[in-house]
Ligand binder design. Sequence first.
Ligand code: ZN
Length: 330
Amino acid sequence: MDELINKIKYLKNKEIFERIFDFKVEKAKQTFTEKLKENFKEGEEQNIYIFINKILKHETHFNIWRAKRREPKESKDIKTYDPFCNPLEETPVDNIGRLENEYAITASNLAKISSLHSLVIFKKHKKEELNFSDFLNGFDLALKWFELQNSQIKVLIFNYGLRAGASIEHPHFQIISLDEIPYKVKDFYEKIEKYNEEFNSNYLNDLFLVLEELDLARKLNNLNLIINLTPFKDKEIFFFDDKIENCKKEISLILSTYKEFSENFNLFLLESNKGLLGYIVDRGEKEKINSDIGALEIYAFSVVGFNLLEFAKDFILKLEEKELEFQNLT
Ligand SMILES: [Zn+2]
């Protein structure tokens, strides 16, 4: 993390960085007992890197020692209820009937969170086997569904794995058509519009500009990909573009890459007349039995234990490898 702090020091666009972010490094000191020293060779001195997004009011505390804790793990093979291997008989049909292609099929969601809430169920049973083509064709079905629903606001979520909130492990996108932007997202737009007015600039462009200089952002054709400096949990990425239709290939590429860095993750996409917002966040290893979210995340700030710059480097490198691979395919 010191490398990142150093990069910030020499930023060309430091003024822009400083109007969005604040940061500090706290040094924590403690004394280990002899018994503790047998188990831990280092850790008496720890650096805590605190980043704050002043515009969005997000705060994240990074401490790599958090990742070194011994957390309860259990190797388990849980069989969840699975109607998705036989969707034609075991899932409900929605108001527009079934949409299907070689890779996926739609179904109505049994327990809805709003009136138009359906699923894109992948034909593959194992989420680990999903690849670029599965995602791309899954997005095609979702887009067709949104079109037939005449959706104003398109929401697509993918809870990849039980730790990410999935109740059925068989992989599926959830697709939701809304008439109004959810308040949490409205709040995001209000904050950035306030920024745009105050600084006579564009928040999203400014954010991309400074994070790109820190090697935390990259363009994928027209899609703007950002490794979040104030992530909610580990390895959070954020991206924006105009609409899903125009970047379904890029998002499929991102998903097939992200799978290699995470055993459980959440994807959230929201498309409205203001554009497309996308988020992916890691939810930890499948064998962990304690939750990754505690009281601080819910009520105060996020605490993470990964090295931001290292993850960004590895992720972008892998993404570029895959980009080349798929360019050769098409
Ligand atoms: Zn299945």
